[in-house]
Design a protein around this ligand. Sequence first.
Ligand code: PEP
Length: 256
Amino acid sequence: MNARTPLVAGNWKMHKTVEEARQLVWAMLDGLRAVPEVERVLCPPFTALLPVAQMLLGTDIRLGAQNMHWEEEGAYTGEISPRMVAEFAQFVILGHSERRAYFGETDDMVRRKVHAALSHKLTPIVCVGETLEQRRAGQTEAVVRGQVLAALDGLQPEQAARVVIAYEPVWAIGTGEAATPEEAQRVIGQVIRPTLAKAFGHEAARRVRILYGGSVKAHNAAAFFVQPDIDGALVGGASLDPEQFPAIVRAAAARA
Ligand code: PEP
């Protein structure tokens, strides 16, 4: 029995109207319900959180948001607060590379959001990862270590242990060009987990779930999940496919 429950989260990004979201959930619901040993999280856009939450009532499938602001409420036009997210969701994706690249999200903003999420009993899925340029310049380790430390700065070990980290090399997201499982294991097992151990102690580091994300599909998922430090996946494109997403979840069950 693995001490860390495997987790597979689907990031729907800016896809699906309410009606389309309902159809997608219907199409995958049985497949997802059949794998209770994996924690399964659907992350639709904000507008579909309520209808999807209603469909998941009575199941153990969890719901996540894709972003949120760190303030409780206020004059922040267009933003969604942690309290609003926590009405429906148990998880929230924070610091996704698309937020960092297109919406100016900084390490400090991610840190504030992580603190806010934890204080609202939301589990943050914190995304870290290097760009292609940084990888070519040999900066992968420094970038990833810096993002992890910045996002979790100021947490107590007990809080850090509740965070989920997703290692998502930016060059692998949406490109069909996944990292090799060995590469992902190297960054997760030799950079991220040791960084956590140094900052928060071995016990907290041992408990943190670390996912791989970047072009995970049904055909390549299992190879990631046999790696000792990869506890699941954050899935983009394939989470919109009612066959592939449950298949990825089934592959993760081998870790349970
Ligand atoms: C993502 O958006 O987090 C992601 C990993 O996307 P994809 O699976 O499409 O590469």
